[in-house]
Design a protein. Structure first.
Length: 403
């Protein structure tokens, strides 16, 4: 009897211990980011555990503990309130970053061109259209400099505010080489799908259409200017954009789960576009860049997605700008071969994983007290992100209507 009593007492303690553990909440330790490597997880949790880090979500409480408030009685610590507070802080940083992009693009860039003209450089700006004119090389150099500045400054600002470790802010450890190859295949498929409407539209296309975002008279450019601008727009610009969207801000947002971070950063990518026709591509390609980055473990996958898309678009423009009689046949063959290559690459990797019975989670999910929609609504309503988003949307609509 005594032995049974001791056993029952031990079982009761185990049950109570398990129940007490269930009541303990520690969002840093409970968050499962095993989708990444050990070094990343260590640095990520260390960054979140810093006491002086205002952007770290590190709620810790015991659900059974209550605090007495004179006006409201006994209260339980609210995890959702802490979520809103930290989400608001991170979105404030993102809002300021996007605002910097808008201000440099619309104001500082123009003032820089005026200042160059004032000191004797052959760069001038039209008052009515804000277009640059003057020495072709100087104009192209100005455009490239301002385009770099408007993206690089927000990246530096975000990193200075969030202070994420290098491997956390800019994921660099390759967890799966196959997923990097898979990123190429998926991008080929996505590029074909998003480019189908424009490829088969009735609009007349020419090579100069690719350079329409450059606010200047591209018909006066020489070969060197076209080469410099093409290399910049295909390689440099997409990489800096990915550092902005899928860099430190993505790491801070994924404290609330990878789906939350993917949605917010994808919406941010859409705000950075200038042509409303690019909206579907920005939506699909940005989401794909984020997912492939998580699957491979490195931001290099996001670079590959963006650069590949720019190369694909440029290739289509080259085909469509040709005066050859079999232009349509060559372009259609290019799109068909690219689509087939993407299906073979991604399909082959998928089948190989099935045969080898390799199953792995790639998306870290956070269980919030609030619904995902409410958490996203909190992010969207944060000042100044809401105001800047409305400004960007208005700019896209104005360009679509009047340009």
């Amino acid at each position: 009897m005594a032995k049974k009593a001791r056993q029952a007492k031990t079982d009761n303690k185990a049950v109570l211990s398990e129940a007490s553990q269930h009541d303990l909440v520690n969002v840093v330790e409970d968050f499962d980011c095993s989708t990444q490597n050990v070094a990343y997880n260590r640095d990520f949790k260390k960054w979140r555990g810093q006491k002086d880090n205002p952007y770290a979500f590190r709620f810790k409480a015991n659900r059974r503990e209550k605090v007495f408030n004179d006006s409201r009685g006994f209260e339980v610590s609210s995890q959702s309130d802490e979520e809103k507070r930290i989400v608001g802080r991170i979105m404030y940083v993102l809002g300021i970053a996007v605002l910097l992009y808008v201000v440099i693009d619309t104001i500082i860039g123009k003032l820089f061109a005026v200042a160059l003209g004032a000191i004797g450089c052959d760069v001038h700006m039209s008052i009515f259209s804000s277009a640059l004119y003057g020495d072709v090389s100087a104009v192209v150099g100005t455009i490239l400099f301002v385009s770099t500045l408007e993206l690089l400054v927000p990246v530096i600002y975000i990193q200075l505010k969030l202070k994420t470790p290098a491997r956390v802010g800019f994921m660099s450890k390759v967890n799966s080489s196959a997923e990097i190859i898979n990123a190429v295949g998926l991008t080929f498929i996505a590029c074909t799908l998003v480019c189908l409407p424009t490829a088969y539209s009735s609009d007349t296309k020419e090579i100069f259409a690719y350079f329409r975002t450059a606010d200047t008279d591209v018909y006066k450019w020489g070969q060197s200017e076209f080469v410099f601008y093409t290399v910049f727009s295909i390689v440099i610009l997409p990489i800096i954009t990915e550092l902005f969207v899928h860099g430190p801000i993505f790491a801070a947002l994924r404290q609330f789960g990878d789906p939350f971070a993917l949605i917010v950063t994808t919406c941010t990518s859409c705000l950075l576009i200038r042509d409303i026709g690019e909206l579907p591509a920005a939506l699909i390609l940005s989401m794909l860049a984020g997912v492939t980055m998580l699957r491979s473990g490195t931001i290099m996958s996001a670079f590959i997605v963006s650069v590949t898309y720019r190369m694909y678009v440029f290739a289509l423009i080259m085909f469509e700008g040709s005066t050859s009689a079999n232009m349509l046949l060559r372009r259609n063959m290019f799109m068909l071969i690219t689509l087939a290559a993407g299906i073979v690459i991604s399909g082959g990797i998928y089948i190989a994983r099935k045969i080898m019975h390799r199953k792995r989670r790639y998306i870290a999910v956070y269980q919030s007290e609030a619904t995902p929609a409410r958490l996203l609504l909190t992010a969207a309503r944060t000042f100044p992100f809401t105001a800047v988003a409305l400004i960007c949307i208005a700019g896209i609509i104005i360009r679509a209507v009047f340009w």
